[in-house]
Design a protein around this ligand. Structure first.
Ligand code: 13P
Length: 250
């Protein structure tokens, strides 16, 4: 089954409203001819509205980088699924390694967020990936499958295939030390095999699985040539419209 590639920008904590608007204006003509793949921008919360306005009537998709699982309430500093829907977000990144390792998010919390996102009609991009010490101890497969298993707990079987999983080895994020195409391929094959064994070929064939970690215009094509890699989740190289356009048009 041919899956539509997805190239996603995770801006992390970067840009002002004006910079976000300029980015979209500069990006659009560069990707105007692209029809066979999805392009997603995940700005920080304060820029979501500006990006939404700038991308209106264009094919650019919109996502957030995090959310809380409750719909509303006394949760100072948090943002809910209904709020993201109200801002026209279609996707939400969940379980990013920076959320796990800088902000202490557990698999249980991430799972609650995944379930809440689905309830509110947001497509979760669930991130999984091992730390360098886990890789050195040959724990990569165990860590990936454990994060995946706990992250998708109680997700309805008919929804699994509509989700997105991103394999982002922690040691490759923001380090310039990207995973080899083979390592990314093998991790992604492992994820798809797990989904296949649990939910069957319908879900496994439909599910999009991305690679993330020091993806650059120079290495993008090597990933996209690999069977099973459906796109990229890009941090640093997504901040410049020139560079992101090259990633989109790999
Ligand atoms: P970099 O592309 O900057 O390595 O970041 C990857 C990432 O964390 C995307 O979510």
């Amino acid at each position: 089954m041919a899956r539509r590639p997805l190239i996603a920008a995770n801006w992390k904590m970067h840009k002002t409203v004006q910079e976000a608007k300029s980015f979209v204006a500069a990006l659009l003509p560069k990707i105007a001819a692209v029809r066979d793949r999805d392009v997603l921008i995940c700005p920080p919360f304060p820029l979501i509205h500006a990006v939404d306005q700038a991308r209106r009537d264009t094919p650019i998709l919109l996502g957030a980088q995090n959310m809380y699982f409750a719909d509303s309430g006394a949760f100072t500093g948090e943002v809910s699924g209904p709020m993201l829907k109200d801002l026209h977000c279609e996707f939400v990144i969940l379980g990013h390694s920076e959320r796990r390792w800088v902000f202490g998010e557990t698999d249980e919390l991430i799972n609650k967020k995944v379930l809440a996102a689905i309830t509110h009609g947001l497509i979760p991009i669930l991130c999984v990936g091992e730390k360098i010490e886990e890789r050195e101890q040959n724990l990569t497969e165990q860590v990936i499958l454990n994060q995946l298993d706990l992250g998708i707990k109680n997700v309805p079987e008919n929804v699994i295939g509509t989700m997105v999983i991103a394999y982002e080895p922690v040691w490759a994020i923001g380090t310039g030390r990207n995973a080899s195409a083979k390592d990314a391929h093998d991790a992604i094959a492992l994820i798809r095999e797990f989904i296949h064994s649990r939910f069957g070929s319908g879900a496994a064939d439909k599910l999009r699985i991305l690679y993330g970690g020091s993806v650059k215009p120079e290495n993008m094509a090597t990933y996209m040539r690999e069977e099973g890699i459906d796109g990229a989740l890009v941090g640093g190289a997504s901040l410049d419209p020139e560079s992101f356009a090259k990633l989109v048009t790999y």
